[in-house]
Design a protein around this ligand. Structure first.
Ligand code: ZN
Length: 265
């Protein structure tokens, strides 16, 4: 949900920036994870982002103590509105995998943050966060969210979620762990095309990835916690600039020395 005060209104048509952060995987036993989230938030503040969104896996495992850690980091390093969407480490895996999402796990998140979907308008564009771990679960919240999304979507909207809907192309084979399964994938992409969604920002891969499909950006931002990229040092965040001309996004690495990955072997 949105934490902090809503972003200060920007004059319509004026360019501005927002930040995308992914997969901080906070854990009380791993204080370096908090440090890297703080660094990414501080970088977003330096880039004068009006708001930021964290695209899931906020926690390594659900732990009430980490909620306080998160709120303090957001306040101290950023102090502006931050949208959260849940990831599989927060509310359970996608349907069909061991440890899949349950209503009980979902409600822990909803109770802590006030909801697992949200939307707001800013400078003439709508921003929407969804819980796409739900897709394919058959939980009542899945259809509720689908109906809500139909109502919320507007031309040029930006959507934030945890799981990428695909890696390279929508008709690629099913990915066991990494992406949303059919038929939910096609349903979402059809809906996004019909409504003229401008961009979909996700996490989960712990890699940097960007595909433009039907003029719509599908970008996955690297984690701040650790890398699953061939480059083990890849940790970063994304700055998106919005103007009357559209959106432009750029991945940034965290500053050198902030992350020292474990040595292989
Ligand atoms: Zn993750």
């Amino acid at each position: 949900m949105l934490i902090g005060s809503p972003p200060k209104p920007a004059p319509e048509g004026q360019p501005f920036a927002f930040g995308v952060i992914a997969d901080p995987h906070l854990a009380v036993t791993l204080p370096d994870r908090e440090e890297r989230l703080r660094t990414a938030l501080a970088c977003c503040a330096d880039a004068e982002c009006a708001f930021a969104v964290i695209c899931g896996d906020v926690f390594e495992n659900w732990d009430e103590r980490c909620i306080h850690t998160l709120r303090r980091a957001l306040q101290e390093e950023f102090g502006r509105a931050v949208g959260l969407v849940p990831g599989n480490h927060d509310v359970g895996n996608k349907p069909g995998l061991a440890g899949q999402i349950t209503q009980e796990a979902r409600m822990r998140w909803v109770d802590a943050f006030g909801g697992d979907r949200w939307s707001f308008d800013y400078a003439g564009r709508r921003y929407i966060g969804i819980n796409n771990v739900l897709l394919g679960s058959g939980l009542p919240a899945e259809e509720e969210q689908n109906a809500w999304l139909e109502e919320q979507l507007t031309t040029g909207a930006v959507v934030f979620a945890h799981y990428p809907f695909f890696l390279q192309k929508p008709d690629e084979p099913r990915q066991e762990y990494w992406t949303v399964d059919e038929p939910a994938r096609s349903r979402f992409l059809d809906t996004a095309t019909r409504h003229g969604v401008a961009a979909v920002f996700t996490g989960h891969l712990h890699r940097d990835r960007r595909v433009v499909l039907d003029g719509r950006i599908h970008a996955t931002t690297p984690a701040t916690s650790f890398s699953c990229d061939p480059d083990p040092t890849l940790v970063g965040y994304r700055i998106v600039r919005a103007s009357a001309q559209g959106l432009s996004d750029e991945m940034h690495r965290l500053p050198p020395g902030v992350y020292n990955p474990p040595q292989a072997g």
